[in-house]
Design a protein around this ligand. Structure first.
Ligand SMILES: *Cc1c(COP(=O)(O)O)cnc(C)c1O
Length: 380
């Protein structure tokens, strides 16, 4: 399908090409100087003490669960209105994801009040998702976590460069997990980053990322070590130098690209509010500085969503749904059948949500065309 306006598009150019080529010519392809520089630059960008590059955000979430000691018998509170990886990571360590509801029509992130009702003696942690790049109510969630002795993992896949009270998202919880998948605000194709302030957690994450080994091939190449010990049954979740080099360029472009997303988002908010008042526009205002990863809207309850999306498709405009809620998937209906999650807000919003195209290369004229197409589709 060749879309006139796709849902997302990349900002990739000659700088990324040159960076990848330079790595190939240097003939050191995994976890070397580019990875170290990428990690140092990412840590400085978000203001974190430690940053560790990994294969993807799913691996980051998995390692975060292990490093925090989450295991069989434990419960972890997660949203259902997120990508399935958020909950799958909890299953990897044998723990049970317990779904909490979201705030409402203007804020699709975890509702602090509903988190409280889902806490049991087995609850060990909360994984928050900064939906669409907008901060969750972190002060309220942290207060709950402290009161009940819970850890917080942040799924920051939507929100690189976003902040709350001038503090980067990802640095509020014990561990922050970023994604550099192809459709995210910055990309390396596949890739991810773990951040933490805690030296002990960082050390654990570091050896878990690479087979539980105490030294890397790179250390031995540098002449720093001849051998290694293995201190855990770790994984191979390493990133390679080509992706790290591309990531460094993408990170440099991120602030300007997020600023462009903000302008386009404002164009959507103003235009939709004026032309199609029957559509609900969430996140008209937000806490702190957002990353504007996607632009969600809510259709009026009576509108047939498939017909609406087909009408936009006919105009060459790609739309999507963020998300089919996790608790409705077959696997999770089996795994959490005994929990019978009561998530009225998630169910309502998941049935009416449509995501419109948003990426830095979009023009104001294209945003206006999309708003007109939304108006026409709803008038039909
Ligand atoms: C993309 C995404 C992930 C998974 O990231 P990968 O890097 O593809 O593993 C996890 N959580 C959320 C909210 C995402 O959007």
């Amino acid at each position: 399908m060749s879309w006139k306006i796709p849902l997302a598009d990349l900002d990739l150019g000659s700088e990324e090409e040159a960076a990848a080529l330079a790595v190939l010519r240097r003939r050191w392809l995994t976890m070397g100087s580019e990875t170290q520089a990428f990690e140092a630059e990412f840590a400085a960008f978000v203001g974190a003490k430690h940053a560790l590059a990994v294969t993807n955000c799913t691996a980051a979430l998995h390692l975060a669960c292990i490093a925090l000691g989450i295991g069989p018998g434990d419960e972890v509170i997660v949203p259902s209105l997120t990508f399935v990886a958020t909950a799958n990571a909890v299953r990897y360590v044998g723990a049970t994801p317990v779904f909490a509801d979201i705030v409402g029509e203007t804020d699709f992130s975890l509702d602090p009040d509903d988190i409280v009702t889902k806490i049991t003696p087995q609850t060990k942690a909360i994984i928050v998702v900064h939906y669409a790049g907008y901060a969750c109510d972190m002060p309220a969630i942290i207060a709950i976590a402290e009161r009940h002795g819970l850890q917080i993992i942040e799924d920051v896949a939507h929100a690189p460069g976003a902040s709350l009270a001038d503090r980067a998202l990802g640095t509020w919880g014990a561990i922050g997990c970023f994604s550099f998948f192809s459709n995210k605000n910055m990309t390396t194709g596949e890739g991810g980053m773990l951040i933490t302030e805690d030296d002990e957690l960082a050390e654990k994450l570091r050896y878990l990322r690479s087979h539980g080994m105490t030294t890397l091939t790179w250390d031995r190449h540098q002449g720093h070590a001849f051998t290694y010990d293995v201190v855990d049954s770790g994984y191979n979740f390493r990133i390679d130098e080509i992706r790290a080099a591309i990531g460094r360029i993408q990170l440099r472009k991120l602030p300007a690209n997020n600023a462009r997303r903000a302008e386009l988002n404002q164009r959507y908010v103003d235009g939709l509010t004026e032309l199609v008042p029957q559509v609900t526009v969430p996140y008209k205002r937000c806490r702190g500085e957002a990353a504007y990863h996607i632009r969600p809207i809510l259709l009026p309850p009576a509108v047939d969503r498939s017909r609406f999306m087909t009408a936009l498709k006919t105009q060459g405009i790609q739309t999507s749904i963020h998300y089919p809620p996790i608790h409705q998937f077959w696997y999770y209906r089996q795994a959490t059948a005994f929990k019978s999650p009561n998530l009225p807000m998630t169910d309502d919003i998941a049935a009416r949500e449509v995501t419109l195209p948003l990426y830095p290369g979009l023009s104001f004229a294209q945003v206006d065309d999309i708003i007109t197409a939304v108006h026409t589709a709803l008038a039909a």
